[in-house]
Design a protein around this ligand. Structure first.
Ligand SMILES: [Mg+2]
Length: 385
């Protein structure tokens, strides 16, 4: 079997209700989808990166992939990585591009072997993966009625935890906003905050201390994504556990955060970290250092399926006879913001029940792509032939 064709689809769609976070405001959602077809007609789907990654895949990767055996994922992954590594291009666009190709190769391997992703990884440790609701972004005219209604809806839907944004308002107003959510959901629901890198260490420490009595379960991306010393400073000087890592692009990016225990929870994104292959490496490093792995998930059914399948295989951190989500079990992000791509691109829109999602059992990613939806969302299509 040989790889015959590489295609990529840059996709985007508008959303009815715009929303924001500390770094931006959006009225659309998008992604980059990779399709790899073999000479036997087997098709694998992947997701990773954005518009510049599309160029990386076709200019740098396609010549190294076409004609090769798609089942030799390790050989291909390292060939692509090394192609970028010597020029220090593995981060950013390169990491996204490699992730999209890697996930598509795993999908092909599953379809050829008749196994799911988790089966190919050696089997699931758990049949269901715990998820938390990501929402509670900034919206127009949200405070307090709309914001509280959204938080209450997540409790009603069965989530044991949810995450909101900070860093988009003054510290005082953000504290008021988080307090309103805590008051609405009560003390028994996990609540997390995400600054998306908006603070200096000094301000993040101030925020963490002001929120001390609200039982916040983690403080995500308090400072710049590559600022290991900043993370250590925040972790050491305020009471909330520190999380981060959604824009790490390979195990070398993650190395200092993990080896120096600069965070309590690491959150790689399978679309950026280098796909399933590299996420496994980072997860193993983190586990050995006592750092929990709670994947960042914010894309289509392709990456949602890949993320659930991979998370199902993670070791407990630490081991326990009776493990619980948020304590020893991983907890995966479950994006609840408006996104027609997430709901319409594939045959399955993954749903949660009681704060858990089932591990996909079908071959490969276990999903069928709706080609009409793909065409409808597509802004730009590239093909290797
Ligand atoms: Mg985040």
């Amino acid at each position: 079997m040989k790889i015959e064709r590489i295609e990529t689809f840059l996709i985007e769609c508008p959303i009815d209700e715009p929303f924001g976070w500390s770094m931006g405001w959006t009225d659309k959602r998008g992604s980059l989808i990779t399709k790899i077809t073999t000479d036997d007609g087997v098709v694998g789907w992947g997701e990773g990166g954005g518009s510049p990654s599309q160029t990386v895949i076709h200019d740098c990767f396609a010549p190294l992939l076409v004609g090769e055996d798609p089942l030799n994922i390790n050989r291909l992954w390292h060939r692509l990585f090394q192609n970028l590594h010597n020029d220090n291009l593995t981060g950013g666009f390169g990491g996204g591009a490699l992730s999209g190709v890697d996930i598509a190769l795993w999908d092909i391997a599953g379809k050829v072997s008749g196994k799911s992703i988790s089966e190919m990884l050696g089997g699931a440790v758990r049949d269901k993966v715990a998820v938390y609701a990501t929402g509670l972004y900034y919206q127009d005219d949200e405070f307090p009625t709309k914001l509280i209604a959204e938080a209450e809806a997540y409790v009603e839907a069965g989530y044991a935890g949810m995450k909101t944004k900070v860093g988009g308002l003054s510290v005082a107003d953000d504290v008021k906003r988080v307090q309103a959510i805590r008051d609405a959901i009560g003390d028994d629901v996990y609540l997390m905050i995400d600054a998306n890198k908006a603070y200096s260490a000094r301000t993040a420490i101030d925020v963490g201390r002001r929120l001390e009595d609200l039982n916040i379960h983690w403080f995500e991306e308090p400072v710049l994504a590559n600022d290991v010393d900043g993370y250590l400073e925040v972790k050491s000087n305020q009471p909330i556990p520190v999380a981060g890592g959604e824009v790490l692009y390979n195990r070398f990016d993650a190395r200092d955060f993990i080896s120096r225990c600069a965070l309590d929870i690491i959150q790689p994104d399978i679309r950026y970290i280098g796909g399933i292959t590299e996420f496994r490496n980072v997860a193993a490093m983190a586990n050995a250092n006592g750092i929990q792995v709670n994947p960042h998930v914010w894309g289509s059914a392709i990456m949602v399926s890949a993320s659930i399948s991979l998370t199902a295989t993670f070791a407990l951190c630490p081991y326990s006879r009776s493990p619980n989500p948020y304590e020893q079990e991983p907890v995966m992000e479950f994006d609840q913001t408006p996104n027609p791509i997430r709901n319409e691109l594939a045959s399955i829109a993954f749903g949660q029940s009681g704060g858990f999602v089932d591990v996909p059992r079908g071959v490969g990613l276990g999903i069928e792509i709706d080609l009409a939806a793909l065409e409808r969302f597509c802004l730009r299509h590239f093909s290797s032939k």
